[in-house]
Write a new protein. Structure first.
Length: 763
């Protein structure tokens, strides 16, 4: 490392900027554990700090390099061994291994076998890179006074990680921008101070008060505006999924084990990580948040799920009150609700997504496309819905037997509320068909899976508590939710066995499949369900209805457990998710209520016909769309903001702010002239003179250390080409040292004071 030549200023400003630059370097290290398997990130931070201190203090070359080498060996010993660095088996052994490791890795480099480099040598190279970056930061700050390239590289680095990896850089971007504001402004201030010195204006080595106040004010204003300003939805479609499809292929998967998250059809081979996709799939207008069920699957293969369809025509879906796919018995308390689904543009499915128990579809609400449009739209009507009795998947076809891609539809469903007493007391025998389909397990399922299931439920005597015990097993045993680097089992390896006993991390498919298999192992019928989670509530529509946005990242899987005389009950085993179904526990007082009186009251209330509800529902949707339209009082669109009037007003305000900022000293000085013209004469001169010294310092003409007032006055007059400062100083000394009255010559002194101020304003 070559020592930098030239005179170096050890000012507090330089040190402050160097510390801020180190914080930028820290931002490079923060995401490393998330995007790689690198550990001990705190060791790398401390080494970077150690390097920065050595370089800042400008130790000789022969001291800096050995110190960095010893620091590197110390850190390698800490990371790769358990021995103390100061013991014989610690530091010396680490040094011996390091020397042999360097020789071995240099041979690999010369052979261009870079992928075979050892972890310890890679770590050593990272330490050297950190030391080099600290040196470059020193050079950029103290010599070139330019660090914009490093700042820009940091922003690009963080945004790329935020876009393409699980790293959440929301706060990192804020920190980088604030730090960048300070660094760029202070570096510019140092350049201005050098220019001031060139014209013999003395400039302090500490941070200028006016610069710092202005900088803090601008950062606060920018942060506040950025936080409070309206946040619009993206105006362009997200390019990331397109890039990912281009890189990974149209199917969404490449040669590795990374998929794009979303609702898919093929679940025969589960496993592998995925890339988040936040593109919208559909919007829903519903009274409450709920999971959106697409279908269930019943056959576990050891690697994934399949299901043999058993379809029949769902003509009763269009008849009031008829249900042709039952999920729970009449004994379950339910609440009738309605929902409207609106698919995003260029997104469609040929089957329904529904919460709870689907009971009816409003035919008049359906909007659809056909895959092969070889006839007029009317020729495809009426639509036919086919229900898969095994999976609950309800698929649509046209009269011409072509697949119909649904774009919008309105459903009526029953939202269940399960009694814990009924679930715990459910002891009937499972129907033969339920046992046949939902207790199936592969013959080669490892025995330890069933043994674990028996161990989990050993302390419980009813199906509900046993299901809850399995559901909570994962959170109580340090299983981790992970979407990246999730392995795919080998051909002879069971998917659930790998998750339970080897990896113990994964996402919803791992958790839901494991729970289903564990429960089946102890004779509890279970099925695997897929669909979407509730999504994000984006608007309250009034009348108890809300608008929800459901994206590809909401694609999810969960479990349904069968209870005799109750039906299918959803459970949520995945870490970080909560069950979307309501459970309640009856109390004894509640059981003594006169049921007959309740039924009589309910019969007296007129139940509105569903067709009567449709206009109100449509009006609500229409009002919501109008509220979002330009000029209707809803959230303003970009077109409304960027009108010619608003643009002109914004430009005028911006110019006024810039002019005020540029001439702030002139406005300030004029304010003091007005102030001293209005005040009385008593002690006015002494106050005005002290204020003049403050103004001169603020303008870049401070009084130097050890400089007398007369010497200072002569220098000021020389710079401003005046005589006024010397005359004012003579008067000031007579008052201060000679006890002369200050008010006697105020008129003359005021004109001299104003002359200096006006001359400063012209410069």
């Amino acid at each position: 490392m070559k020592r930098l030549n030239g005179q170096q200023s050890f000012s507090i400003t330089h040190l402050f900027i160097y510390v801020l630059a180190f914080l930028l370097l820290w931002e490079w290290l923060r995401p490393i554990p998330t995007v790689s398997d690198t550990g001990h990130i705190d060791v790398f931070v401390w080494f970077a700090f150690f390097s920065a201190v050595l370089i800042y203090l400008r130790f000789p070359f022969k001291v800096t390099l050995p110190a960095l080498f010893v620091g590197t060996i110390f850190c390698l010993n800490f990371i790769f061994t358990q021995e103390s660095f100061f013991s014989r088996e610690g530091g010396l052994e680490t040094l011996r291994i390091f020397v042999s490791d360097v020789i071995y890795n240099f041979q690999l480099i010369f052979s261009w076998e870079l992928a075979s480099l050892t972890n310890s040598f890679r770590t050593f190279l990272l330490f050297m890179l950190l030391a080099l970056i600290c040196y470059l930061l020193y050079f950029w700050i103290f010599h070139t006074k330019k660090i914009f390239f490093f700042l820009l590289s940091t922003v690009i680095y963080i945004t790329v990680l935020d876009t393409f990896t699980p790293v959440d850089a929301s706060m990192a971007i804020i920190r980088i921008i604030v730090i960048g504001f300070f660094i760029l402004t202070l570096l510019h201030m140092l350049k201005v101070q050098e220019e001031e010195k060139a014209i013999k204006r003395k400039s302090g080595t500490f941070i200028s008060t006016s610069w710092m106040y202005t900088l803090i004010f601008m950062v606060l204003i920018a942060t506040a505006v950025g936080y409070a300003a309206p946040k619009y939805e993206p105006q362009w479609s997200d390019p990331v999924p397109t890039l990912q499809r281009y890189v990974l292929g149209e199917s969404g998967s490449g040669t590795g084990s990374i998929n794009r998250v979303g609702y898919g059809e093929d679940d025969e081979r589960l496993g592998g990580g995925f890339i988040q996709d936040h593109n919208t799939v559909f919007y829903a207008i519903a009274p409450d948040s709920s999971y959106w069920r697409g279908e269930s699957k019943h056959e576990y293969t050891g690697h994934g799920w399949t299901s043999e369809p058993l379809e029949y025509e769902s003509t009763s879906l269009f008849e009031e009150g008829n249900v042709d796919y039952y999920m729970f018995f009449d004994s379950v308390e339910v609440e009738e609700r309605e929902v409207r689904i609106m698919m995003e543009e260029d997104v469609s499915f040929n089957h329904l997504f529904y919460p709870g128990q689907l009971i009816n579809v409003n035919v008049g609400s359906i909007a659809f496309d056909v895959e092969v449009d070889n006839a007029n739209m009317e020729d495809h009507l009426p639509l036919t819905f086919m229900t898969d009795a095994n999976s609950g998947k309800i698929t649509s076809y046209s009269r011409l037997e072509e697949r119909v891609m649904l774009k919008e539809y309105q459903l009526y469903y029953e939202y269940p509320m399960f009694s814990l007493n009924d679930l715990r007391n459910s002891t009937g025998e499972d129907p033969e068909r339920i046992q046949e389909l939902y207790l199936q397990l592969p013959d080669d399922l490892p025995a330890r899976v069933g043994e674990l299931a028996e161990e989990i439920i050993a302390d419980y005597d009813n199906r509900y508590d046993q299901a809850v015990a399995v559901e909570q097993f994962f959170s109580e045993n340090d299983f981790e939710y992970e979407t990246a680097n999730v392995p795919i089992p080998d051909d002879g390896q069971d998917y659930v066995d790998q998750f339970l006993f080897e990896t113990q991390y994964g996402y919803c498919d791992n958790y839901s499949t494991a729970m289903a298999v564990l429960l089946r192992s102890v004779g509890i019928p279970t099925r695997w369900v897929k669909g979407f989670t509730a999504g994000e509530e984006i608007e309250e529509l009034g009348g108890g209805m809300n608008r929800y946005e459901i994206s590809n990242s909401n694609a999810h899987s969960w479990v349904e457990v069968y209870f005799p005389e109750v039906g299918w009950v959803p459970f949520e085993p995945t870490q970080g998710f909560s069950n979307n179904v309501e459970f309640y526990e009856e109390e004894e007082e509640d059981l003594e209520i006169d049921v007959g009186s309740i039924e009589e009251e309910e019969s007296d209330e007129e139940t509105p016909d569903r067709d009567d509800l449709l206009p109100e529902f449509d009006d609500m949707l229409e009002e919501s769309e109008e509220a979002m339209a330009p000029g209707t009082g809803g959230t303003p669109t970009s077109e409304e903001w960027f009108t010619p009037k608003n643009v002109i007003i914004s430009i005028v305000i911006l110019i006024m702010v810039m002019l005020f900022y540029q001439n702030q000293n002139k406005f300030q000085n004029r304010y003091f002239i007005m102030k001293y013209n209005l005040l009385g004469k008593d002690e006015k001169f002494m106050t005005a003179y002290d204020r003049l010294l403050w103004i001169l310092e603020n303008e870049g003409l401070p009084r130097g250390e050890g400089e007398t007032l007369r010497e200072y006055a002569s220098r000021v007059d020389l710079v401003l080409s005046l005589r006024a400062m010397q005359q004012l100083t003579e008067a000031y000394e007579k008052v201060y040292y000679g006890g002369k009255e200050a008010s006697g010559d105020w008129k003359k002194q005021k004109s001299q004071w104003e002359e200096i101020i006006k001359t400063l304003n012209k410069h």
